[in-house]
Design a protein around this ligand. Structure first.
Ligand SMILES: NC(=O)c1ccc[n+]([C@@H]2O[C@H](COP(=O)([O-])OP(=O)(O)OC[C@H]3O[C@@H](n4cnc5c(N)ncnc54)[C@H](OP(=O)(O)O)[C@@H]3O)[C@@H](O)[C@H]2O)c1
Length: 229
């Protein structure tokens, strides 16, 4: 069991993030707190309803991080909660040829995969005195360093996140910034798991990814970037 923690989880209601929140419930010292931000009120209530009498406190807040005014609200909530650790699972984007998709869909992908993560890092560094020891973001072993046809805006945003974090880490940021980049995962974000597996391509279950990420967050690591594929 780890020491008392206050973890702010962006996108902890589905996929890897949900597995991470379940692990926090299981593994953290009971006085710890987790605050989960996502959109669906039903999924947030579901997380609350699973609370056991002696488990950690889990708070929730429904916000749509693709919207700039809700991003500002999220920064206020982060300040009030004053976390020791921030873990950001929100991601996604339109699937199809770049020119055929609406600009609003590409804009959504830039907001959730890059612009808000960048704003969140900037906000905590600018504050200078912060209790946040570590901020972890999810990259993509598939999309962040090579072409990902039909996911151009997602790929561009993940490339941008990698570039930003690499540069800020080299500036000597006082927060432990980390990028965890998995391969394919069997979640609703990636509906082709069976077809990929039939081609012999490795597809992780969300729990396998959450277990690896959970371990890594407590390891001393000189490298800010972990590729898991
Ligand atoms: N799945 C893969 O194959 C794969 C591979 C490599 C990397 N990744 C990365 O790993 C991370 C997690 O992926 P996943 O597959 O676990 O995702 P997921 O199952 O789609 O879960 C995404 C989480 O983010 C929340 N969310 C989505 N849009 C939001 C918004 N606009 N505002 C607030 N919350 C929002 C979702 O809840 P609501 O819908 O209720 O808001 C959910 O809790 C992502 O960054 C993804 O890019 C995924």
């Amino acid at each position: 069991m780890n020491a008392k923690e206050k973890i702010l989880v962006f996108g902890g209601t589905k996929g890897v993030g949900r597995q991470y929140v379940d692990m926090a419930r299981e593994k953290l010292y009971p006085a710890s707190e987790v605050l989960v931000i996502a959109r669906s009120e039903n999924l947030l209530e579901d997380i609350q309803s699973q609370k056991e009498s002696n488990s950690i406190e889990i708070k929730t807040k429904s916000l749509d991080i693709s919207k700039e005014h809700e991003q500002e609200k999220a920064l206020e909530i982060a300040d009030e909660f004053d976390p020791t650790r921030v873990v950001y699972f929100i991601g996604g984007g339109p699937f199809g040829e770049f020119g055929q998709k609406k600009w609003s869909s590409h804009d959504w992908a830039y907001q959730v995969n890059f612009l808000f993560p960048a704003k969140l890092i900037h906000h905590h560094l600018k504050k200078n005195m912060t209790t946040v020891r570590q901020m972890i973001f999810l990259g993509s072993a598939i999309a962040e360093s090579k072409a990902d046809p039909k996911s151009a805006s997602y790929s561009a945003a993940k490339h941008a996140l990698l570039g930003l974090m690499k540069s800020v880490v080299e500036e000597g940021a006082f927060i432990d910034l980390r990028l965890f980049s998995p391969g394919y995962i069997n979640t609703s974000l990636m509906p082709k798991a069976d077809s990929l597996r039939s081609q012999g391509i490795k597809v992780f279950e969300p729990k396998e990814v959450a277990v690896e990420l959970w371990k890594w967050q407590y390891e001393e690591d000189q490298n800010f970037h972990r590729i898991f594929r």
